[in-house]
Design a protein around this ligand. Sequence first.
Ligand code: NDP
Length: 248
Amino acid sequence: NTQNFDAPQNALENKVILVTGAGDGIGREAALTFAKHGATVILLGRTTKKLETVYDEIIAQGGPEPAIIPLDMKGATENHYRDMAATIIDQFGKLDGLLHNASILGVLSPFAHIDLPTWNDIMQVNVTAQFMMTKALLPALLAAPNGSIVFTSSGVGRTGRAHWGPYAVSKFATEGMAQILADEYENSTLRVNVINPGATRTAMRSRAYPAEDVTKLKTPADLMPTYLYFMADDSIGTTGESVDAQTR
Ligand code: NDP
């Protein structure tokens, strides 16, 4: 069970791991946790100030110096991702881990009320940006001895639910993208898996459930055993899996 994974302190030593949406919520916690276990993390997100705060925290906790990539996945084009991949190869020569964590919820509403600009924005950030980034980073991931891609899904990425509209559709697409990549790279060193965080105390969760008692929710830190498992060498050979980071 990945939820009970007890990672040794040096589990991610010498690994370079990119985390999208590293400035807040689950991505922030994942970046701090990966660094605590020895990884050099590449912090990607749209709010530079938040990324700088995470950078400072990693340095303060004595972790390896991170890199910062300010990027708005809503507007970024293939050229941005190609340049980013070239910089990563230049600076590190490889990418051991890619955590696709950033996503947007959009607006919860009945299907009949979904407007096209909202739909397009969600697909752009949650699906198309992940496609472009993954494609650009595949050579760097294959240059690592055992590359690991982790996508982030949701309960509504496996079973549709009323009013979750484009967000849910984008998570089904994420599950599909992971399955296709896992199948294509089955006989390679690259593994591709999916984590469903489950209800977690973050800003996104509060937007979806503004009235709930957040003290009853798991925190991002509670999910980290599963995130560590998929980035550590312990998960070598595991590919095409879609797992929950917490018991519901
Ligand atoms: P948050 O909204 O708290 O954090 C999302 C992060 O993604 C933020 O750092 C945000 O940047 C970044 N981001 C959003 N849009 C962009 C963009 N256009 N370009 C670059 N970065 C962007 O979300 P969570 O931590 O709750 O969610 C993390 C993942 O977990 C998501 O994929 C979500 O769908 C999934 N998830 C979460 C659950 C929960 O209960 N929290 C449940 C199931 C799935 P900024 O800080 O600048 O806004």
